[in-house]
Design a binder for this molecule. Structure first.
Ligand code: B12
Length: 439
């Protein structure tokens, strides 16, 4: 039995239905090689990442499995329709089908809802017996001990850069309850983590040098993360992760992170306005600590990025300028600016439904560009989009980059420059290229 597991690409934009394509990728995504590792041995498995490979609809295959995110859901449906038109059975799963199982069911033979560990084998067995059901729902969060290691042997590493970074999970679930985030709904509010020895063995088996810890938050249990970081020290690797702001005040934690090879840290700062943070239920963030946190990050010598979200009702109109002032004054190396998005299931989504403020309800989160899917209280949706685009232009213009970024002497500094140039390139596509450096 031949199984094809597909990672769809995404459209370039709402009005540009070309698929995003890359010659090479830097990040070795986890989903496909991991799903392959859950596959019983009687299946002959092939992996296709549509972002770097073409899909051959004529290839002989018995079953196609597609992993779906909201952003790639429309291309995913096209792929599914293409195979089904040739009589091939298609199954789907992933974060999008958790929330939109009925929609996905219109394009495939069976939909997995929840984590794959308990769904994958029954779905494959039923496909082999010709008895697929329409929906398969995972009973609850899966135990993370003894997970199989991803099948990297199935990837063509010529399609990845020399400094390729392997995504690896050390935990699932998130203990926080942010107003705008839907992650806890499909991964749970309980923070589950993998044994340190499992993570280290997976790292060694991959033979990689660079890793991204693909967790909702890396340090949901601080003691556990510290044990893991201790075990990383002798391996001499470089790694990146995401964790909450308050941990950046913990000198011991930060020092251990640096010694164990932390290269880049991503943090959800979200807003520099305390009232807006309270509206988001972002409890770990305290504006009065921001100065000290940024100083600690600079002292630790790691490259870091801050995420921001704009569009909350209580946000002052000056928020764009004051955020830029903050970033420039503190010479923040990398920042990402997002329009608040009403993801289904979140308290923010429910409020927008209740107040009749949702826009383009069929397509929330489907487009990769800066897009506003609700009516903001203080301005028009287009104005919010424009303000966020302007943040990219102002932050990633060459003058701003040269004034913020250190002369690249360390690997962390080089990482910051690389991310700035790649963000600049992405932002040029998202905003107007011609006036990019005029600010
Ligand atoms: C690492 C990560 C990234 C990385 C790498 C992504 C990559 N391409 O590999 C980076 C930082 C680049 C990234 C970017 C973005 N990300 Co991201 N990311 C993650 C993160 C933290 C982990 C993903 C991962 O590797 N998981 C490990 C694998 C094994 O899990 P999995 O893919 O979910 O698969 C499991 C199940 O879903 C299921 N399953 C999956 N497929 C299938 C198929 C079948 C048939 C079955 C039965 C089961 C099944 O089984 C698996 C094992 O349990 C998740 C959040 C999280 N904690 O999961 C967000 C997440 C996937 N990202 C998300 C988003 C929105 C984005 C961005 C669009 C954000 C933005 N605005 O720019 C971009 C898109 C970039 C792009 N086009 O690639 C959302 C997707 C939500 C959705 N409804 O689709 C998530 C869920 C976070 C969230 N906020 O909810 N991301």
């Amino acid at each position: 039995m031949k199984l094809l597991i597909v990672q769809p690409s995404h459209f370039l934009g709402r009005s540009n239905r070309k698929l995003y394509r890359a010659r090479r990728k830097n990040l070795v995504g986890l989903t496909l090689p991991y799903l392959a590792s859950l596959t019983p041995p009687q299946w002959d498995v092939k992996l296709i990442d549509q972002r770097i490979c073409d899909i051959d609809f004529e290839s002989p295959v018995d079953l196609v499995a597609i992993t779906v995110w909201t952003e790639n859901s429309l291309p995913a449906y096209e792929i599914a329709d293409g195979f089904r038109a040739r009589g091939v059975k298609v199954i789907m799963g992933g974060p999008h089908t958790f929330f939109f199982s009925a929609e996905a069911a219109q394009h495939c033979d069976a939909v997995g809802i929840g984590e794959g560990e308990t769904l994958w084998k029954p779905m494959l067995d039923d496909a082999a017996n010709g008895s697929l059901k329409q929906f398969y729902r995972a009973k609850g969060p899966h135990d993370l001990k003894n997970l199989p290691f991803p099948r990297y042997d199935l990837l063509d590493f010529r399609k990845y850069s020399r400094f390729k970074t392997f995504a690896i999970q050390t935990s699932r679930g998130c203990p926080f309850r942010c107003d705008f985030c839907s992650e806890r709904f499909f991964l749970g509010n309980d923070y589950r983590f993998r044994p340190v020895s499992d993570v280290i063995e997976e790292i060694l088996a991959s033979k990689g040098k660079y890793f991204l810890f693909a967790d909702s938050t890396f340090a949901g249990k601080k003691d556990h993360s510290m044990k893991l970081m201790e075990a990383l020290i002798p391996l001499g690797l470089r790694w990146s992760a995401l964790w909450s702001m308050n941990l950046c005040l913990d000198r011991q934690f930060m020092d251990l992170a640096r010694r164990s090879g932390l290269l880049h840290l991503n943090i959800g700062m979200e807003s520099i306005d305390q009232a807006t943070l309270s509206g988001m239920n972002k409890r770990a963030n305290k504006v009065r600590q921001y100065g000290e946190i940024v100083k600690n990050l600079c002292d630790s010598g790691v490259s870091y990025s801050l995420n921001f979200v704009f569009g909350y009702d209580c946000e002052p109109p000056s928020i764009f300028d004051s955020t830029l002032d903050f970033l420039r004054q503190n010479r923040v190396p990398v920042a990402y600016f997002n329009v608040l998005t009403p993801h289904i299931g979140t308290p923010f989504y429910e409020r927008m439904v209740g107040e009749g403020r949702l826009l383009d309800t069929e397509n929330i989160g489907r487009w990769p560009e800066i897009a506003c899917y609700f009516k903001p209280k203080n301005c028009a949706p287009q104005e919010l989009e424009e303000n966020v685009k302007a943040m990219y232009r102002k932050f990633y213009n060459l003058r701003s980059m040269f004034s913020r970024l250190p002369f690249p002497t360390s690997q962390s500094d080089i990482a910051s420059w690389v991310v700035n140039f790649s963000q600049r390139k992405t932002a040029c596509g998202k905003t107007a290229r011609e006036n990019f450096d005029d600010y």
